[in-house]
Structure formats: C-alpha cells, structure tokens
Design a protein around this ligand. Structure first.
Ligand SMILES: Cc1cc2nc3c(=O)[nH]c(=O)nc-3n(C[C@H](O)[C@H](O)[C@H](O)COP(=O)(O)O)c2cc1C
Length: 231
C-alpha cells in the first residue's frame, strides 16, 4: 500500500512538473512571437537613395545652418531614405564603406531614429529602419522644447565593443569625431534640400539610455533633430 502511495505521489509531481514546463514554454513562445510581431510591424523598408539630386557643394556650404523651429509634418519616405544614406549609408558596395569616415573603418556609430511612431535603428546594409519599440521617446531625448516637435530625431550611439582595446577616454574622443562627420553630412543634406536641422548635446543620457534599452558599452554621443521649418 505504501509503495502504491509513493508511486501515485511521484506521478502527481511528474504531471505537475510537466504542466509547469509546458506553461513556461508557452509563455516564452508568446513573448518571442510578440517581439517578432512588434518588430515586423515597425520595420520600414527604405527607398534606394537618389544620388543624382542636390545643389552644388559651394551653395550648400553657403546655406548650412542650425534651425530650431520644426513643423510637425512628417518627412516623406524618399527624403528620410536620402537623408539617412547621406548621413551614414554605404557608398561603395564592394567594400561596405560609408559616406562618412570612421576611425580605422570600425564604423562604431549606430544611428537610431526616434519618431512619433517609435524608435528605429538604421540598418545600412539592408537599407531598412529596424523597429526597436513603439514608444514615442522624443520628449526624453533633449532638454530643449523643439526636440519633441521635430518629426525625426537622430540619436548617435557609439558601440565601444567595436573600438578595440584602448582607454575609454580615447574611445570617447574618437566616437565624438566619428559622430561629427555623420552629423555634418545631415547638415549638408538638409541645406541642399531645404530642411531644418540642429545637432545637440543637451541630453539626459541616463534617462535616454534607459528608454532605448542600451547596453553599458553603448554610449550616446549626440542627437540631431530634422524636419521642415515651422511656417
Ligand atoms: C558638438 C555640438 C553640440 C551642440 N549642442 C547644441 C545643443 O545642445 N543645443 C542647441 O540648440 N544647439 C547645439 N549645437 C548647435 C550650435 O549651437 C550651433 O552649431 C551654433 O550655434 C552655430 O550655429 P550654426 O550651426 O547655424 O552655424 C551644438 C553644436 C555642436 C557642434
């Protein structure tokens, strides 16, 4: 009788354990499918860049400036695609090299794009904006009020794991330099196409890093608002 009792108990425990495991697997699958779904929902396929357009360089340099009054009008997909390509796209397909220089061609900077719809990561290889999450974080990015008005805010993030073995001080200097070239490309594109833009460092970095879900070795360098000038 005792043995039967123990066996029944064992069976009960085994059943409970397998039910628990099944429940855990089901929850995990649900979570994964939710993430995939929200990423699929958010991913934007960018258009090929129009490399034949634009004003002559000297006119663009004459026009380049910082503007801080933005209309809430969204940028058309072609403008957004061209601006991102000008900023940090691939301009030599054979080598994968980019429109801006980078220390040792390490391509340390990632460009995140924050809009009213959510946060994206620019993937230059696939020419897409990969969805990160669907929260509007523009109000958290900058301390100045124009930031949340601009339809597009670029957030430049240095990935220190791509910078080799060197002191953090050097990584900080080099990633700031790398960001400068990308930001200037955005300035020049905006000057050519009549868009408003301004780069800024006035950022609550800990708050923004949290909203973006960055790792400790990913550092925000600067951010830049882009849009049409408010009329
Ligand atoms: C590294 C850097 C950081 C900047 N940070 C800010 C900022 O936090 N807020 C802002 O409104 N402008 C910022 N600016 C923009 C400058 O204020 C602007 O470039 C300067 O006033 C000159 O104006 P211009 O760009 O029209 O020539 C920054 C510029 C640079 C290069």
């Amino acid at each position: 009788m005792k043995t039967i009792g123990i066996r029944l108990k064992e069976r009960f425990i085994m059943k409970t354990l397998s039910l628990l495991t099944a429940g855990l697997i089901f929850t995990a699958l649900l979570t994964v499918s939710n993430i995939t779904f929200s990423q699929e929902l958010k991913t934007i396929k960018l258009l090929p860049p129009q490399t034949e357009i634009g004003k002559p360089l000297m006119q663009v340099l004459k026009a380049r400036n910082s503007l801080r009054e933005f209309s809430s009008e969204n940028l058309p997909l072609q403008i957004l695609s061209d601006m991102l390509w000008a900023a940090w796209g691939i301009n030599r397909m054979d080598s994968g090299k980019r429109t801006a220089p980078s220390m040792g061609n390490r391509q340390t900077i990632d460009v995140y794009v924050a809009t009213a719809d959510g946060l994206y990561l620019y993937d230059e290889k696939q020419n897409i904006l990969k969805g990160i999450h669907s929260k509007d974080i523009r109000a958290v990015i900058g301390r100045q009020s124009f930031v949340k008005e601009a339809p597009v805010n670029l957030i430049f993030v240095a990935d220190y794991t791509r910078m080799g073995e060197r002191p953090d001080e050097q990584k900080s200097f080099l990633s700031a330099a790398d960001t400068g070239y990308i930001s200037q490309n955005v300035y020049l594109y905006c000057a050519s196409e009549g868009l408003a833009t301004v780069v800024f460092h006035s950022i609550d970095r800990p708050a923004l890093e949290k909203e973006m879900g960055l790792r400790p070795d990913q550092k925000i360098t600067l951010a830049q608002s882009v849009g049409y000038l408010k009329k």
